[in-house]
Design a protein around this ligand. Sequence first.
Ligand SMILES: Nc1ncnc2c1ncn2[C@@H]1O[C@H](COP(=O)(O)OP(=O)(O)O)[C@@H](O)[C@H]1O
Ligand SMILES: [Mg+2]
Length: 471
Amino acid sequence: MSRDAVKANGAIVIASGAPGLGRRSLLAAAAKEGGVNLLEVDAKKLSKNQAEFSRQLRMIARECKLLAKAPLIRNIDALVDDKDTSKIDLIGTELVAELDTNVFVTCGVNRPQLRWDRPVIVIEVKPPSSAQRAKLWTMLLDASEGDGEYLATTYPLAPAMMHAAAAAAKARAGARNLTPEDVELGIRAVLDDKLGHFAKRVDVTQTWNDLVIEREQAQSITELIARIRQRRTVYETWGFAAKVGKGLGVSALFSGPPGTGKTMVAALIAKELHLELYQVDMGKLVSKYIGETEKQLGELFDAAEAGHAILLFDEADSLFGKRTEVKSSNDRYANLETNYLLQRLETFTGICLLTSNHESNIDPAFQRRLSLHLRFQVPDEDEREKLWRAMLPDAAPVAPDLDFTGLARRFEMSGGYIRNAALRAAFLAADEGTSITEAHLEHAARLEYEGLGKIVAPRVPQWPSRSSSSL
Ligand SMILES: Nc1ncnc2c1ncn2[C@@H]1O[C@H](COP(=O)(O)OP(=O)(O)O)[C@@H](O)[C@H]1O
Ligand SMILES: [Mg+2]
């Protein structure tokens, strides 16, 4: 950033870019270099009430004049309310027009129009390159160059997140030497702090070996992992972003009946990529206060971007569902949220996974923007047999010669229900003080099956049973 930017008389200096990239620090450094003292204002914290908002602006203007300071208005895009920019215009008349200093502004990637009748200098703050990230990790953690490079590739966080994570990691290590685990847990602590209000971290104890899936689906999963892992190489280094007009973001929809492993696969993918997975709590998110949901969503996406976490919108229908014909005011707001989400996904550089039991519920506009769509199927008989076998842990006492084939044939149900049945059978057996028998599994499977509203096919003996045999 050059000195000229600050000296240009009365210019508006805007730093725009994703949060956490150091927009504010950049402006503060520029101002300092130019000998300008700043008065910092966070637009998010200004009053929602129009009259009060104007009063606050006049106070800020007076303060700036009295103390010979220039205003730094952070997050100015927070003032845009569904394309209404009247609050930004008010800043022009109540604050900017009163001052002859520079005015400093930060905003997100989508820069709102400032009609303030002043020259504008825009600084687009880009994410650091991997080399810069490696340097920053090395500096923050007093790590070796090699470790810095490793951390930069494993955790490509935004600088602000790196600072916070490094501080948390150091606090955890105390006097002893830092370990990779300290860094991992440091990042987790920062993410929990940022995302914890509206999302919960999903831990997974299962492995790919536990997953029973057909070949084609396994290939789609491999493709999705490659898309996430190689997106910087392909889009940035190889220049595909400009060619195909797409950003770094990856979004995928997992659709299919309940219990087919959608959530499980999301968690396994996150684990494979050393990323944290945060399951968004739709209930907490969809606020009854109009406009609040958008703000909360905005914060979620920002934090996921900066922290390189995967967002999971499990059973996403309520948020990504079809836009409705406007009948009530509620519909109108629901549509606003959908429009906001569509817009935000366009610029999102992170990873988000949606699951849905019915793909047709998801608004086609979202479907078009997805990087991939994976369809999960109810397992066939062979797969069900594998699932039954896979559900019984090695340490569990199991009767010999269980007829998994028969269970698979008679109970046409997905992995989730097979898991429930196996667990139910285990409890029945444990309580009786015996090993898990065919009868336990049969009984539990029947309960699950009937819970699904299905009728069990009669047991067809494959060979004459001993009691009825004539031998
Ligand atoms: N294809 C599968 N392979 C192995 N286990 C499965 C599979 N599908 C479901 N399960 C079991 O059922 C549980 C619940 O499945 P889940 O991922 O929640 O299904 P969904 O999200 O599709 O409703 C999983 O944690 C796992 O134990
Ligand atoms: Mg699920």
